[in-house]
Design a protein around this ligand. Structure first.
Ligand code: C2E
Ligand code: CA
Ligand code: CA
Length: 550
């Protein structure tokens, strides 16, 4: 935030003004004498006046530099009074003796005017976004502080554009700049006289909507205008690009008197909108609590990674016919020092929004393979260890090579490893993802599509997925017995999976009725509480021993 005039600056302006006034009085006093006796030396009054004038100019210069607005006004007043005084003396005495001093004062005024104008330009540049010409974050924060100090009411809206990074990457920075300029002028034309628009960093804008306007309607209009097609002109073609937009709104009616808190609230509301299905979101206490919780959970994850609060449990998977043990899915757990647990559904979602998920995946891969290596050796390397991998990880260039390196350094049998990825992985960065998958498959590593049936993948993409196993999501299994449409869908998925030369596992199977139905539909494997909840490492050993003895 741009600071207001600091206390030190105010004091220096007061001191400089006092110096200037004292000098003017002293000059008037010396003007009555022709020379001045200084410790036995006779100093001509013109020399004394010249020195005083120089000190006065220096003080004015300091004032202008400290604060060009206040400094320029005070300096011009001081120098103006001195010029008027000199001119008056010349006219009254008809003596041109003080003319050089007067000309000097004019020169000082001109010099200060030039310096002040340069400072003004650089101050304006400091608060202006070069690309759009709108006021930048620095200026925005200063203005909001000023508005709130002067009890101006309204709403702050933060707008976040999505898709700009792709435009920059695929079409180049110039295209990204063009898109930003177009959007900025669209915003300006919606805002018009009802508020002001500011360009924050990256792909964010801020709007101040004055009280008395229908902020929600304005935000809706802003979003729809921003999301309109943008026509780009290539070398010999024209094409359309689109960006999407989400908004967060915080009202400054009377409750929020702290401008920093107000801006933070708009930011929280925008982040909430970014994370959910809504296009815009008004700040409220509920989303504030969610943001605080997310912040806490992020802290727990960092702590857990450092202090080993993470551990793994394993949930067995069975062949439906005959209940033969297929293998285990590794599932992470977080236990805090106070004995409480944070659910993986909660902390994995938080980790996925940052890069912490990469560290978690790395921890789970290592730990699970290290723990399972001995078990597998004991049971002829016939069981499968399934590990969840986030979409972010599998889309990383070089993921496959570094994983192979880890597997080899641990000495884990590659054909016993299965990675569970979601359909979303293919939507995110299909090229690198498929390259990673193919590299790993060449090393006999298997792939399962987790949460299958919950969206993202098109049928055409589905048929070409390089995977071995489809995992039907629990949400589809839950009411498979009561809902005919669900049953038909699961039936179709199993059929399609087999067409794709994949095996099919149903997860979250909780009762015998579901088991019987899935058997009827030809599902290959099951994982669920009906046969076992996730169990700890010691229990895995015991379960493997029992099954080996069957
Ligand atoms: P997921 O991969 O779909 O894991 C299956 C979840 O369903 C597990 O929950 C499991 O305990 C639960 N579950 C299995 N059978 C049943 C059942 O019959 N009934 C019910 N009610 N639940 C069942 P969990 O362990 O809480 O994990 C939740 C999600 O967290 C996982 O969903 C996965 O997306 C994520 N996750 C868990 N561990 C890891 C991990 O190590 N790495 C990553 N990247 N994600 C993980
Ligand atoms: Ca899973
Ligand atoms: Ca799942």
């Amino acid at each position: 935030m741009r600071p207001k005039i600091s206390k030190a600056s105010k004091i220096s302006i007061v001191i400089c003004t006092a110096i200037c006034v004292a000098i003017s009085i002293a000059s008037a006093f010396f003007a009555r004498q022709s020379s001045y006796d200084f410790g036995g030396f006779s100093v001509p009054v013109s020399a004394v006046n010249g020195t005083l004038q120089a000190i006065s100019f220096l003080s004015c210069l300091i004032m202008v530099i400290v604060d060009y607005k206040v400094g320029t006004i005070v300096s011009f007043c001081v120098l103006g009074v001195s010029i008027i005084g000199s001119l008056r003396t010349i006219l009254v005495t008809k003596d041109l003796g003080s003319l050089p001093g007067t000309i000097n004062s004019f020169m000082y005024v001109a010099t200060l005017a030039i310096i002040a104008s340069q400072l003004r330009k650089s101050k304006i540049a400091e608060v202006t976004d070069k690309l759009t010409g709108q006021i930048n974050r620095y200026g925005f924060e200063t203005i909001i502080h000023r508005k709130i100090r002067s009890f101006e009411k309204g709403s702050i809206v933060f707008l976040h554009l999505q898709g700009l990074t792709d435009i920059n990457t695929n079409l180049g920075r110039n295209s990204g700049d063009f898109v930003l300029k177009t959007i900025s002028s669209r915003i300006d034309s919606v805002i018009g006289g009802i508020g002001e628009a500011y360009k924050l960093e990256g792909s964010e804008f801020a709007i101040f909507v004055r009280e008395g306007n229908d902020c929600e309607a304005i935000v809706k209009k802003l979003i729809s205008d921003i999301e309109e097609k943008i026509v780009m002109h290539g070398e010999d073609t024209t094409f359309n690009v689109y960006v999407t937009c989400k908004a967060g709104i915080a009202d400054c009616i009377s409750k929020y008197v702290n401008p920093d808190a107000l801006m933070k609230n708009a930011d929280i509301a925008m982040n909430h909108a970014l994370r959910s299905d809504v296009k815009y979101c008004f700040f409220n206490e509920k989303i504030k609590k969610l943001a605080e919780r997310e912040h806490d959970v992020e802290g727990y994850i960092k702590d857990a990674l450092e202090n080993k609060y993470f551990y793994l449990v394993y949930q067995p998977q069975f062949r439906l016919n005959g209940k033969k043990l297929r293998g285990f899915e590794a599932l992470i757990r977080m236990k805090l020092p106070d004995g409480s647990f944070v659910s993986p559904s909660e902390f994995i979602a938080v980790a996925e929004r940052s890069d912490l998920i990469l560290k978690i995946d790395c921890f789970v891969l290592r730990r699970a393979m290290e723990e399972f290596k001995d078990i597998l050796e004991k049971y002829d390397n016939k069981l499968i260890l399934s590990i969840n991998i986030s979409a972010k990880d599998i889309a990383l260039p070089g993921f496959a090579d570094s994983l192979i390196h880890v597997i080899e350094s641990i000495g884990f049998p590659k054909h016993c490893l299965e990675l569970e990825i979601t359909e979303y992985s293919f939507a995110k960065s299909s090229e690198t993802t498929i390259l990673n998958i193919n590299t790993l498959r060449e090393h006999d590593i298997m792939f399962a599509i987790d949460d299958f049936g919950t969206g993202y993948t098109s049928l055409a993409q589905l048929l070409n997925l390089p995977v071995n196993l489809l995992k039907i999501d629990k949400s589809l299994i839950d009411n498979i017995c009561s809902n005919e449409a669900n049953r038909d869908f699961v039936n179709a998925v199993i059929y399609m999976g087999h067409l794709m030369k994949c095996e099919v596992i149903s997860e979250g199977v909780e009762d015998e009725k579901q088991l019987a139905l899935l058997r009827e539909l030809g599902c290959d494997f099951v994982q669920g509480y009906v046969w076992s909840k996730p169990i700890d490492y010691t229990s895995v050993f015991e379960m493997c021993r029992d099954y080996a003895n069957v």
